[in-house]
Design a binder for this molecule. Sequence first.
Ligand code: FE2
Length: 232
Amino acid sequence: MIRSARCGGIELGAGESITPQRHLYDELVHVVAGHGFTTIWNDRGDRTTFEWSDGALFAIPLNVHYQHHNASRVDPARLVATNNAPVYMNLIHNLDFIFGTDFDFTDRFTGDTQFDGDTVDQGFRLWETNFIADVNQVPLIKRPTRGGSNRQLELVNSSIGAHLSEFPVGTYKKAHRHGAGTHIVITSGEGYSLMWREGERIETVEWKRGAFVAPPDRWFHQHFNTMPQFSE
Ligand SMILES: [Fe+2]
């Protein structure tokens, strides 16, 4: 099986920055704690810097050079990122190409690309945007057929989809299943998920704010809110 997505965390110590990098896979970044800024640039000279703090969600435009910086001289900053690197690793199998290709995807990033939180409502509960300042403040749309409310997000024309979901206390999202690669970050609330492979024992996974859940490939899963707020 070819894995479709990978997730990892970064902690930047006080005043620290990551080494600048670029890659031929898409990546979404969620800020779990702290505040800082990210600088993005390409080979033709386009460049921008935007600030973030806990709760933010943004995407790294494909193959730009980028560098995250922790703006605090006291506190660490924590980021969690999900990407589709496994697809490229399995298909291309060449790290020099994946991390060292000189090509500017100007359909993803130019000097006009702003990370200011502006959104375009594409209908069908889909927002097109480059930057979400706080995922817990995004207005969601009721989705009675699935339970709760949600909002689909498309960030910098990324090939990775994302959505936000919320379920009132005492309610749940209807059970469903899909392929591997979905990474769930609990941004508020408390509850649990039931997860099971068809015909096998049901597993219970408890979670609260800051938890990370990844339903396995084709396992059914169902999320229950036992507190006033739940966001996926
Ligand atoms: Fe799911």
